[in-house]
Design a protein. Structure first.
Length: 180
């Protein structure tokens, strides 16, 4: 991961508040998280931005976490036309119809139990690994699951922030995608 100043970090630090808010919203849908990061600009290094992200994530309320999760589609059903969503869920792209059907069933059961989508940092995970994770986590208490979700969101945010600060022209210009 990048830890120093990059053209992407410089661009983020010097962009208008509205541009920075839009960039942060692409990383995480929580307005509280975005506001905390925006208020601390400029960042001297990417690592300082990552640490601020981690601190902001730790402070999110249950409502803030719900807002953040609302920006994530269910595993196996990336948002149409959203390259980030597709990139991040690429482990499901080649999954069998049977595995996709099983994930849909598990996603629905998880959502019924917890009231939100199953959230996992899917980058680098296979469809089978994601299925196994939802099977394991569906037995958690709501409190335990909320903290796991917070950790997974933190991982996703770091991946997306890395992309933001490492992309010279801005995240929307790159063809390569990552994970949720």
């Amino acid at each position: 991961m990048t830890s120093g100043t990059t053209p992407g970090l410089t661009r983020f630090n010097t962009s208008s508040d509205s541009e920075a808010v839009a960039a942060l919203h692409e990383v995480c849908s929580s307005s509280a998280w975005g506001s905390k990061l925006l208020a601390q600009r400029p960042y001297s290094t990417a690592e300082a931005l990552f640490l601020a992200s981690d601190a902001a994530m730790a402070e999110l309320t249950t409502e803030d976490l719900a807002e953040a999760m609302a920006g994530h589609p269910p595993i196996g059903r990336p948002k149409a036309g959203d390259p980030t969503s597709s990139r991040e869920q690429s482990g499901m792209a080649g999954a069998s119809a049977e595995l996709k059907a099983e994930m849909l069933e598990l996603n629905l059961a998880y959502q019924e139990k917890f009231g939100h989508v199953f959230l996992i940092c899917a980058t680098g995970r296979t469809g089978e690994q994601m299925r196994d994770a939802v099977r394991e986590r569906i037995g958690n208490s709501p409190e335990k699951e909320r903290e796991i979700v917070r950790t997974e969101l933190g991982k996703i945010n770091r991946i997306r922030l890395t992309r933001l600060v490492e992309t010279p022209e801005g995240p929307e210009t790159s063809e390569e995608e990552s994970s949720a």
